[in-house]
Design a protein around this ligand. Structure first.
Ligand SMILES: [Cu+2]
Length: 199
């Protein structure tokens, strides 16, 4: 019995350390996501993606800087994974932090304009999104319209402070690691997702 526990401990630790993101507190079952819809207008459920590795991020389409950066990195992740022939084995999912601004029409337009055709944008009502932010530990603070200077131009932006994070969920629906911050390590994510797909 002791031997079995020791073996299991070593196994869990070696599994955790084999991933390149932050693994503190993981693996753990990914909390259910309910009552939200995809950009296709269909109900969203993690169960619909069973067997795929999921790459979750959180943001809003009016975001001037952080989200475009994260999404650009995730686009690179997509390109690299597809080059390895892994298209269809994973899904990149963008969960809204802006129930007001991220309408169905808006996210569809944004996806098309920026070439995020294979990403899934997930939107919904405030109370339903709030539950997801809480469950996935995403800090969200709507600061309203703010005026910003871009050179000589004065522009108005909807500003929402939010955690910049990527959550990786394995094929069995467990959160296995997270990547914090907006400057994502593309190579590490690609390496881990490939490993998790082939596991
Ligand atoms: Cu953002």
């Amino acid at each position: 019995m002791k031997k079995a526990i020791l073996f299991l401990t070593i196994f869990i630790f070696s599994f955790s350390f084999a991933l390149e993101g932050s693994v503190k507190g993981f693996p753990k079952k990914a909390p259910e996501i309910k009552n939200l819809i995809t950009d296709e207008g269909k109900p969203f459920s993690l169960k619909n993606y069973k067997g795929k590795v999921l790459i979750l991020t959180y943001g809003y389409t009016h975001c001037p800087h952080v989200c475009p950066t994260i999404l650009a990195y995730l686009k690179q992740v997509e390109t690299e994974l597809n080059k390895k022939g892994l298209k269809g084995k994973y899904k990149i999912i963008f969960i809204s932090v802006d129930p007001k601004g991220d309408t169905l029409e808006r996210v569809r337009k944004y996806k098309k304009e920026h070439g995020f055709d294979d990403f899934v944008f997930v939107i919904g009502k405030k109370e339903d999104l709030e539950k997801v932010w809480k469950d996935y530990k995403i800090y969200v603070k709507d600061k309203g319209i703010m005026t910003m200077k871009h050179g000589n131009m004065i522009m108005k932006h909807r500003m929402i402070d939010h955690t910049a994070k990527v959550t990786i969920i394995d094929k069995d629906g467990n959160i296995v690691e997270e990547f914090l911050g907006m400057y994502l390590p593309v190579d590490s994510i690609v390496k881990d997702v490939e490993k998790l797909i082939k596991e």
